[in-house]
Ligand binder design. Structure first.
Ligand code: CLF
Ligand code: SF4
Length: 516
């Protein structure tokens, strides 16, 4: 039996018509093929069971590879929160899952479901709906679950994902499981309430406000119990941790061990975003965030223990698109009301299969390039920055880049290790000279920057800063090009043409996270 909704690619309808048609004819079952990932890949990476790979291969947050190709969207249906974090100001998004920018508009579950249909019709590679605020989704359970229920009925191929601080998690695990929510993120910043009391001034639990160490202890116990309950039920769990230098930076190694032992699938250590203009406790008391080198060192030290996520973009609670791009302005409630949609499940599946083929081609190209590198012996490691619009290719101009993806290159190949946000250098036909030094500081630890195109002036400045501007790989696969470049780099080191030396640290740009 096929319970998949197919509205026909050329049957353009209003969103209300589509929702009605799908609800009438397809019921709310989500357990048949319609609930499965739709890509054509037959296997997963060697370090993952095939059934796990099926769950993650088109989830842009749970698979680094997937994030080059697949998009997610958030709907801001959950305004209330049951705790206070010192890095959060109520008038901003939840900093656990989103950058500190105001949400443009809060939605009802019905408005949210319409928005999902509109986005899914426009962006066929949108595979995941996440609810991540602007407060805590499980402090708003009726709105959160109603949204998931409506979306499961009208768009059954979309994966459902939720992010929580964990306080209300134990009481909602059964419901999460019933709604087929396969991906849950818990933000866990400590496993020691002594440390927790410096991050959480209070929580609201059982109709009472708890403060200090008592508050941190209750939160900790609920987070651990919730994580155990989820993993016992086979729900994939990601743990987000905010790295706060001087408060929990060393301690996050303990957090990493604790969540691994309870079955978490992925650990995402994110930099604290903290600036006075955010109005947060940490912003106002001058608490700094980590540097790029500090963040990477902590992520590296935890990597032996479990999978680390390094491609998090600290999204807004209403973000839409590939990670790193934000198309939310295209889908305001006003625009959605007038939009016509063609929600075509078969078309979406076909598109996603094509994307999956491209993903496989990317991997194959990198592996082919790796063949003669594996025989090399060298402990040289370098970072490169890449300007990309997605699809795993070097396809963005230097001046148009709003972020650079960072890869570490060694004889083991290329590895994605992060990204750096920057302000736009190109301002409508001319370069913004004040911006260039900030861009260079953001990628200062890299030996090269790969771009599709670059002007003479920034090229000279980059060279002067010791960063090689490389445009010869325009529109080629990033990882294959990176391995090619590294082979040339090693050859030059061996011949003495260049002297390899460690580069300095780089800035994680606080300003670039502030919403417009
Ligand atoms: Fe959203 Fe979060 Fe689901 Fe992803 S985001 S609810 S797991 S669909 Fe992803 Fe954004 Fe990072 Fe979150 S990049 S902030 S980890
Ligand atoms: Fe803010 Fe999210 Fe913390 Fe609640 S859980 S206080 S919304 S950062």
């Amino acid at each position: 039996m096929d319970n998949q909704a197919s509205v026909g690619i050329d049957q353009v309808k209003s969103i209300d018509q589509v929702m009605q048609q799908v609800a009438e004819h397809k019921g709310c079952g989500t357990s048949s093929e319609g609930g499965k990932a739709s890509c054509g890949s037959s296997g997963g990476p060697e370090d993952m069971a095939p059934e796990i790979w099926e769950k993650v291969k088109n989830h842009p947050c749970y698979s680094e590879e997937a994030h080059h190709h697949f998009a997610r969207m958030h709907v801001a249906v959950a305004p209330a929160c049951n705790i206070q974090c010192n890095y959060c100001n109520r008038k901003y998004d939840c900093a656990n899952e989103s950058r500190p920018g105001v949400v443009s508009e809060k939605l009802t579950p019905e408005q949210a479901a319409k928005k999902v249909l509109a986005v899914a019709s426009t962006i066929p590679q949108m595979t995941v709906l996440g609810i991540a605020g602007p407060g805590d989704p499980l402090a708003n359970p009726e709105k959160t679950f109603k949204t998931f229920e409506l979306v499961a009925q009208t768009a059954p191929d979309i994966k459902l994902c939720v992010s929580t601080n964990g306080l209300a998690l134990p009481e909602h695990v059964e419901r999460l499981s019933q709604y087929n929510i396969d991906h849950v993120t818990i933000t866990i910043n400590m496993v020691d309430p002594e440390i927790g009391q410096h991050i959480y001034p209070w929580i609201f639990y059982k109709n009472k406000r708890w403060k200090g160490i008592d508050a941190a202890r209750i939160l900790h116990e609920h987070q651990m119990r919730g994580l155990e309950m989820l993993t016992e039920r086979g729900i994939l769990c990601k743990v987000n941790s905010v790295m706060i230098p001087g408060i929990n930076d060393q301690h996050l190694v303990e957090v990493n061990k604790a969540v691994k032992s309870r079955g978490a699938f992925l650990h995402n250590i994110m930099p604290l975003i903290s600036a006075p203009e955010h109005g947060t406790v940490f912003g106002l008391n001058g608490q700094r965030g980590p540097t790029a080198q500090e963040l990477k060192a902590l992520q590296d030290s935890c990597e032996g223990e479990m999978n680390m996520m390094r491609h998090c973009r600290q999204c807004r609670a209403d973000a839409v698109g590939l990670l790193g791009e934000d198309r939310s302005a295209e889908f305001t409630t006003e625009k959605i009301e007038t939009m016509e949609v063609s929600y075509d499940l078969e078309g979406r599946k076909a598109y996603q299969e094509a994307v999956e083929q491209e993903r496989q081609a990317t991997v194959a190209a990198k592996q082919a390039e790796m063949a003669d590198l594996e025989a090399e012996f060298s402990d040289v490691k370098v970072l490169i920055a890449v300007a990309t619009k997605g699809h795993g290719r070097v396809n963005e101009h230097f001046g148009h880049a709003q972020e650079f993806q960072i890869y570490e290159l060694s004889t083991e190949g290329s590895k994605f290790v992060g990204h750096r946000r920057v302000d736009l250098y190109c301002q409508g036909g001319f370069g913004e000279e004040d911006t260039l030094p900030t861009v260079i500081r953001a990628i200062n630890d890299c030996v090269a920057v790969f771009v599709a195109k670059i002007g003479g002036c920034p090229k000279d400045s980059l060279k002067a800063a010791g960063i090689d501007p490389v445009d010869k790989y325009a529109h080629e696969f990033i990882e294959q090009s990176a391995v090619k470049y590294f082979k040339e780099y090693l050859a030059k080191v061996k011949s003495g043409e260049i002297v390899h030396a460690a580069r300095g640290d780089a800035d994680i740009r606080q300003g670039a996270y502030i919403a417009a």
